[in-house]
Design a protein around this ligand. Structure first.
Ligand code: 13P
Length: 289
């Protein structure tokens, strides 16, 4: 039986090898299948990220775990795959994910008072130890909107990063000017001086949220300064939607059996695979499974 692996080992390897592991958020079975297939085809380790909103959409923790797990085995995926709760908003959510068999969780206490963030992170780290799952924490806040929670994009401090790193977490997300969703035309870019300081202070592999649409030169510089996991959601949603729009507006829906959902989703799935391959190449994780 093929099993999920904790994300810690693949991310630590990436930090040493100076590349980043891709974390792709999933939204349904088609998404999951496309990502697992491209990871296998390119021999890349991959993290399947699931937000609480996506979890609810797909039915719940057990449904999501069992679906991804079954695909892993049915498709005979042999590259390293971690199943990760993205932005767990409470200790309870993280425990539910771990109980369902997730191999990695993020406790996002960035919306809490810092001492509450520390308390929750500590509790999640202790719980995750039981199943050897990895834990991501967040210092500062990521800008933009994620599952209805609006973050102001607060830059993380060295003290907060060190305090969270000391709790036994595996990797750390920090606000460094990054934003979820589309970057505004006037975006200042990533704060590399901050990233460098936080990476040195925490001594942990760093996570870049809001990975969609960051110019390649900035991505590569961020990797060189300690980013070892990059989260991408919006960019895959955009290419999926564009491909399906093209299919629908081309009139194919009305031709022959063009209304078959398998035909409708096919171009969307191909678009996800093409974009994901482009990103795996950019992040340098190709062939590193
Ligand atoms: P994007 O949607 O901006 O790619 O961000 C994804 C993310 O950071 C998930 O945690």
């Amino acid at each position: 039986m093929i099993k999920f692996v904790s994300a810690a080992s693949m991310i630590n390897k990436a930090k040493t090898g100076r590349y980043a592991v891709a974390h792709f958020n999933i939204n349904n079975l088609e998404w999951t299948k496309s990502i697992l297939e491209i990871a296998q085809e390119t021999n890349s380790p991959v993290i399947i990220g699931v937000s609480e909103g996506a979890m609810k959409y797909m039915g719940g923790y057990k449904t999501v775990h069992d679906m991804v797990f079954a695909l892993l085995n049915d498709l005979k995926i042999t590259v390293s795959v971690a199943l990760h709760l993205d932005h767990g908003q409470s200790v309870e959510s993280c425990k539910k994910a771990l109980d369902a068999g997730f191999s990695s969780v993020m406790f996002d206490g960035s919306h809490l008072e810092f001492n509450e963030n520390v308390k929750g992170t500590k509790e999640v780290v202790a719980y995750a130890k039981k199943t050897h799952a990895s834990v991501e924490a967040e210092a500062g806040t990521i800008g933009g909107e994620e599952d209805g929670v609006i973050g102001n994009g607060e830059i993380a401090s060295e003290e907060d990063c060190m305090a969270l790193a000391d709790l036994g977490i595996d990797f750390l997300a920090a606000g460094i000017g990054n934003i979820h969703g589309k970057y505004p035309a006037k975006w200042d870019g990533l704060k590399f001086d901050v990233l460098e300081k936080l990476s040195v202070a925490s001594k942990k592999p760093m996570v870049l949220h809001g990975g969609s649409g960051i110019p390649k030169d900035q991505v590569l510089k961020a990797i060189s300064l300690g980013i070892s996991k990059i989260n991408v959601n919006t960019e895959l949603q955009e290419v999926f939607a564009d491909a399906i729009e093209k299919y629908v507006t081309s009139g194919k829906l009305k031709e022959d059996k063009g209304f078959d959902p398998r035909k409708i989703f096919k171009p969307g799935m191909e678009a996800i695979k093409t974009k994901a391959k482009e990103l795996l190449t950019e992040f340098g994780s190709l062939g590193k499974a």
